[in-house]
Each structure stands twice: as C-alpha cells, then as structure tokens.
Design a binder for this molecule. Structure first.
Ligand SMILES: Nc1ncnc2c1ncn2[C@@H]1O[C@H](COP(=O)(O)OP(=O)(O)O)[C@@H](O)[C@H]1O
Ligand SMILES: [Mg+2]
Length: 231
C-alpha cells in the first residue's frame, strides 16, 4: 500500500503540492495525469524518496518518509521498480547483462541470476532478445527491457514516469498491456502520463494534478480531444 497523509512538497522553496492525501491499495493500477510541469515526476520521485515532503508523511513498502534513514533508501528502492521515459539502459552490455547487473549489485546468489533474468524477460515477451545489445532493439522493445529490469528484483510497486513518452501510439498501447499483465500478478503499478489515449484505452483510477492538488478524474472525449475531467 502507498499512503500520502497531509503532504506538502516544495522544490527550491517553490510549493509544488499542498496537503496531498492519497491511498493506493495493493494490486491497484493507477494513473497520475496532468499537463507538463504539473508535478507528475515530482510525485513519483516522492514515492521513491528522491524528493522528501516538507510536511506530512508518505508510507510506501513498509517505510515512512518521516522515519526512514538515509541508508535505508536503497533498501526501499529494491522493493520498487522504476521505469523512465528514456529507458536508461546500459548501452555497453547485453539485455541479459543489464538485468543481471541489477541482481549482482544487490547481492543475489550467482546461480539464481539466470533464472530470475529469464523470468523477467519472459514477462515482457523478450527471452529471445537476451543476447542483443539494447541499441539493436526498437524503442518499444527497449522500454520492455527497462520494464523487465524494474521487475527482476520482484518489486512490490512499479513506478513508471511517462513510460510511453518516446513511443508511437500503437507501441504505447502494447507497452501498457505488459504493465497491465504485471499488475495482474498483484504488483502495484503507478503510471505518470499526459497520454490520455492510454487512459482512455485502459481506464483505471486516475489522479489529475492541478495547481498543486490531486482530484480523481476520468478521461472523456471533448472538442479538443481526450481530456481528464474530475469525477
Ligand atoms: N529539481 C527541481 N528544482 C526546482 N523545481 C523543479 C525541479 N524539478 C521540477 N521542478 C518544478 O516543479 C514543477 C513540477 O515539475 P515535474 O514534477 O517535473 O512536472 P511533470 O513531470 O508533470 O512535467 C515544475 O514547475 C518544475 O519546473
Ligand atoms: Mg515529468
């Protein structure tokens, strides 16, 4: 479960959020929507404690922003899988080694690594790409590798910040289908996006950020295309 209780967030003394309250239940997939600069990335960063609240508290994966120690932040992040718009794969090594690296640095036993890596690649349909270098793959495939890398440590939560921002519309929907499959196994998935076609295609609880506050919204067709409107 993820909870925000009366959370204020500032960046460089500029308020970004005030008095956020939010609960995400185990097994949920939710969207965080809002225009560019509204605070989607900041909200996700606060979940992996890259940004800390000025007031209130955030509870996630058994940790609390009020009480977590600096040295515990890497332990929290092992329970979270983070996916970025720009994939952030290591270009100098194979797909397999991108995933194996994550396990090695966190002390997974050598003999458990192959099975865990291939299982994560299987979750995104990319076992056959294990030996490929990332640059030889399409954008959609690279994003699936980055999702597999997020999965390989068997996280409780996947946080995806504009995961389809660099992908064409069909590939975006395909990527979303993999995230939904992962969610169906019980992992919380939080998707920050301004791609309202995505939400329209697969509706789920949607939090719209406007002027530092969150409102639950649904995507509707309007004269200017699909838009989130408060529900
Ligand atoms: N490191 C930072 N320092 C100061 N302000 C920032 C920083 N990062 C983002 N901001 C500001 O915080 C607001 C929210 O940004 P962001 O979370 O990146 O929005 P989004 O992801 O929705 O585009 C914006 O006004 C942005 O300019
Ligand atoms: Mg952003």
């Amino acid at each position: 479960m993820i909870s925000f209780i009366n959370v204020d967030i500032e960046l460089n003394r500029k308020p970004v959020f005030s008095n956020l309250n939010l609960t995400i239940q185990p097994g949920e997939l939710v969207y965080v929507a809002g225009r560019s600069g509204s605070g989607k990335s900041t909200l996700l960063k606060s979940m992996y404690m890259d940004v800390r609240p000025k007031k209130g508290e955030i509870q996630i994966a058994g940790y609390n922003s009020r009480t977590i120690r600096k040295r515990e932040i890497p332990l929290l992040r092992r329970k979270l899988g983070i996916v970025f718009q720009d994939f952030r794969l290591l270009e100098d090594r194979s797909v397999y080694d991108n995933l194996a690296f994550v396990l090695k640095v966190t002390g997974t036993k050598e003999k458990q690594i192959p099975e865990k890596v291939m299982q994560a690649l299987g979750s995104v349909g990319l076992e056959s790409a294990a030996k490929a270098m990332p640059s030889r793959l399409s954008g959609g495939e690279q994003q699936r590798v980055s999702i597999a890398r997020a999965l390989v440590r068997e996280p409780l939560v996947i946080l995806a910040d504009e995961p389809t921002g660099n992908l064409d519309p069909d590939t975006s929907l395909e990527t979303l289908e993999y995230l939904k499959k992962i969610n169906a196994k019980g992992i919380i998935v939080v998707i920050g996006t301004h791609d309202y076609e995505l939400i329209r295609h697969s509706p789920a609880r949607t939090f719209l950020i406007r002027e530092g506050a969150l409102a639950e919204a649904a995507v509707r067709e309007t004269e200017t295309g699909y838009r989130p409107v408060p529900v």
